[in-house]
Design a protein around this ligand. Sequence first.
Ligand SMILES: [Zn+2]
Length: 148
Amino acid sequence: MTRRISGERKTAFYLGTVLMIVGGLLFASTFVTFIANFGDFTNFESNARSQMVRALAGMALLVAGGFLRGVGARGLAGSGIVLDPGRARKELEPYSRMAGGMVKDALDELDEDLVAGPRERVVMIKCRTCRKLNEEDSKFCQECGAEI
Ligand SMILES: [Zn+2]
């Protein structure tokens, strides 16, 4: 039973997240400098080159980060990089268990009658002599023996 994701995969996942954030910021920074330098043509060539490099590096980091996140979250086989369904099943087991657990939780919340079916209703008859409750089909009182 593997309910937990290994430390390496967690590290890869969070590292991927960081790479994506850095890549996104780098990519966004090109727009900021583009607007800041708008109409300013001094160092035009080097500014354009810097923007191009940052945009490409940002995109590369976003792609690499996304890849790393996917592998971290689902494992090498689970994310389809290594073709091994048996290993994929094992790597995805925490998610399968999560899904099963969520179904179980949902069923727990349901009214028990909905799952188990309606319960049989029990009708009791009160004895006229001693007032003890007896079952519907009894002829004599269980307590005092009087006829019902
Ligand atoms: Zn009775």
